[in-house]
Design a protein. Structure first.
Length: 346
């Protein structure tokens, strides 16, 4: 065991405080990573609060991890000491089951989350990226393109792939009208990626306060959802609407903004169920869908795409002892557009 330093919450809704814990010894197929930066995802807040009822305490959050390789096991072939790497939301998945599908591995039952899961074959919980180092199987480590800085690239590991995957799956591109609902960590990545894919992009935000930023990120249009006229003006407009909102909202009102055969994809995961009227779907043969992160294969594809297009997150760098204040600000939609922890401050 190697001792690791990090920040943890001891119980639901407890503040994050310094925490020392064991990391497993590396195996032949493991990569040891010195963590340099970790993005702060709204999922970290849901998980610390046990809002989805699946948290394991103490919890060390963080699944937007970038760092540098410090050691590799004897069977590791793709990485060497000094490489710039990333780790996202999971660190293992089904490796033996017949249904294993590398294109959809995030939906397989054997998925091991980067934090609040259990190390396969070991009696140790997984602890995430608000920490100084990690030991991760080679197959779950990503390469960060040389032209992307490690701090602004960190949010790609969750926010980036969570938007890239549905944009690809539902064929965002030239001739497609795509709306991104919520301009936070996920949403701002969605705007940049959908724009780079060639889609016509509309931001739907609570107010117009971030309009200049949204347009600079590549949005073609920007509307406030606090203005009732938005829902009349945009009725029947979108092929694809991706909802990144972390709270419960009236999904029916947004489904009405879809064209016939349009799709609304939920990536935001509110803690409470949201009621839906069947007639929000029936008249337009509309689809309400969900999407969860992406496979390792697709995550590397997304990183390479972002490298080619020079896409990274707009970040506010914080010291780790500012993490509780950052959570409070995110709960008020007050972030432009992702907090990233500088792990040198640990
Ligand atoms: P975030 O940075 O806090 O952004 C969420 C945005 O939603 C806010 O910036 C705000 O945008 C909007 N919003 C927040 N509360 C709202 C409300 N009450 N009504 C209307 N709009 C509201 O959060 P994030 O990190 O992007 O995560 C968003 C959600 O996605 C979370 O639930 C998270 O757990 C989930 N998530 C899912 C996946 C997946 O695989 N499906 C992966 C990662 C995260 P405006 O200020 O523009 O209105
Ligand atoms: Zn996340």
């Amino acid at each position: 065991m190697a001792i690791a330093k990090g920040y943890a919450a001891a119980s639901a809704s407890a503040p994050l405080t310094p925490f020392t814990f064991d990391r497993r010894e590396p195996n032949d197929d493991d990569v040891v990573i010195a963590i340099k930066h970790c993005g702060v995802c709204h999922s970290d807040i849901h998980m610390v609060d046990n809002g989805w009822g699946q948290s394991v305490y103490p919890i060390v959050p963080g699944h937007e991890i970038t760092g540098v390789v410090t050691a590799v096991g004897s069977k590791v072939s793709r990485f060497k000491e000094g490489d710039r790497v990333g780790v996202g939301c999971f660190v293992d998945s089904c490796t033996t089951c017949a249904a294993r599908d590398l294109d959809r591995e995030q939906y397989m039952p054997g998925l091991v989350l980067t934090y609040s899961g259990f190390e396969p074959g070991a009696d140790l919980p997984t602890y995430g990226g608000y920490s100084d180092h990690m030991v991760v199987k080679e197959g779950y480590v990503l390469s960060i393109p040389d032209n992307l800085p490690l701090d602004a690239a960190a949010p790609l590991l969750c926010a980036g792939i969570t938007l890239y995957s549905p944009l690809r799956h539902w064929n965002a591109g030239p001739g497609k009208s795509v709306a991104i609902l919520g301009l936070g960590g996920l949403g701002h990545m969605g705007v940049k990626i959908a724009h780079a894919m060639g889609a016509e992009v509309t931001v739907l935000s609570q107010t117009l306060s971030k309009q200049a930023d949204g347009l600079a990120m590549g949005a073609d249009h920007y509307y406030a959802t606090s203005d009732a006229a938005t829902f009349e003006t945009l009725a029947g407009t979108f092929d694809l609407l991706i909802c990144t909102v972390s709270a419960g909202i009236d999904w029916g009102a947004y489904l009405n903004l879809l064209k016939v055969d349009g799709t609304m994809v939920l990536v935001g995961a509110p803690e409470e169920p949201v009621p839906l009227n069947a007639f929000a779907l029936i008249p337009g043969r509309r689809t309400l869908a969900g999407s969860m992160i992406g496979s390792i294969k697709e995550t590397q594809e997304m990183l390479d795409f972002c490298g080619e297009h020079g896409i990274a997150a707009d970040i506010e760098t914080i010291a780790i002892d500012q993490i509780n204040a950052a959570y409070e600000r995110m709960q008020k939609s007050d972030v432009r557009y992702r907090f990233v922890i500088d792990m040198a401050t640990l």
